[in-house]
Design a protein around this ligand. Structure first.
Ligand code: AMP
Ligand code: MG
Length: 333
């Protein structure tokens, strides 16, 4: 029976690993986003209904592993979500984390940096929002904005008041990639896994989603003129994404490019990548050891002795033995 369960677990882990393998950016490879990744891809999943079943399975697995992650308290997970506007970051977070205990998850949103944030080094504000051990932290936008929006709009780099002359040149971005890779390696070495998802949206699907935000009054708040302005830099963003994916997909923190034109498919992919990481960490409930177990036994006896007349000495044992929670009455002394 235990063997069967372990086999099912191994098979599930293998299926998840195979499912996400094509999304992974091989460390050291040179990515050309439009050539290498199709935003409308839906590998092997026939339709939304089949997708929903898969997502439910993934969410249950996440919830179970997250409980163990929290109990064990030695690893943390940082999930970084990057996408263009309307890429589906918010919905992905909502769906993927739907079954998970909210106490163990923290979401950090990153907007245009404040004056205080600009007064520090560029990674400072991200370091301030990292998860603790036992937690899953989600970065809704992340330190990667520092090589994306900041690269596409040089005036943002000027606001960072960096010393030196070579700002904005190719060598400058190479150094930034190296700093980010080093930071993520440091986190990984210290028990914090960095999981990076890029939700890859097509230009046409973005157009359609923007129109929905304009047409449906309840969605108007989600649209801003700035979004339309960013859309006009589409090609510059695609180039910046391609360069970033090539330079910062590392063995310790690889990128996954998630096809995002179908929201339901993007959500399955996100759940699968996160599940893969948690399976790999393999968190366990801590074993409390013989001494503490002996103390629990003594406590158990004391509690059993306090059972009122008519109540089972230990309702949980009674239920397990099929006697119902009220059992046969007090334990005989
Ligand atoms: P949203 O996530 O749609 O609410 O928008 C947040 C905005 O903040 C986006 O337009 C981002 O490009 C912008 N943003 C995020 N991080 C940075 C950064 N480091 N520097 C400049 N702008 C940023
Ligand atoms: Mg936006």
């Amino acid at each position: 029976m235990a063997d069967g369960r372990a086999r099912t677990r191994d098979e599930r882990a293998k299926r998840i690993a195979e499912f996400i393998a094509p999304l992974r950016v091989e460390p050291g490879s040179k990515v050309n986003l439009s050539r290498d990744f199709d935003p409308a891809h839906k590998a092997g999943v026939r339709n939304k209904k089949e997708g929903e079943e898969l997502l439910r399975g993934g969410v249950l697995l996440l919830a179970d592993h997250q409980r163990k992650l929290a109990a064990e308290g030695s690893h943390g997970v940082l999930l970084c979500l990057q996408a263009l506007d309307a890429g589906g970051k918010d919905g992905t977070i909502r769906h993927v984390m739907s079954g998970v205990n909210p106490q163990g998850v923290h979401v950090a949103n990153f907007k245009v940096p404040s004056a205080e944030e600009l007064g520090h080094d560029y990674l400072w504000r991200y370091a301030c929002r990292l998860p603790r051990r036992g937690e899953i932290g989600i970065f809704n936008r992340s330190h990667y904005e520092e090589v994306l929006v900041v690269r596409v709009h040089p005036e943002l780099l000027a606001r960072q008041r960096l010393p030196g002359k070579a700002k904005g040149k190719k060598a400058f971005w190479r150094r930034r990639y190296r700093e980010i890779n080093d930071w993520e390696r440091y986190l990984t070495d210290n028990g914090f896994r960095v999981v990076k998802l890029f939700l890859n949206l097509s230009k046409e699907e973005q157009r359609v989603r923007f129109l929905k935000r304009i047409d449906v009054p309840e969605r108007n708040w989600k649209f801003s003129a700035a979004d339309a302005r960013e859309r006009s830099s589409w090609d510059a963003y695609q180039a910046a994404f391609s360069d970033m994916l090539s330079a910062t997909s590392t063995p310790w923190a690889p990128w996954y490019v998630v096809p995002a034109d179908r929201k339901w498919f993007a959500r399955i992919c996100a759940a699968a990548v996160l599940a893969h990481t948690l399976i790999d960490i393999d968190p366990r409930y801590p074993d409390i050891g013989d001494k503490a177990r002996h103390e629990l036994e003594l406590e158990k006896r004391q509690l059993e002795d306090e059972a009122p007349t008519g109540a089972a000495a230990d309702p949980w044992v009674a239920a397990a033995e099929g006697r119902g929670r009220h059992g046969r009455g007090r334990r005989a002394r």
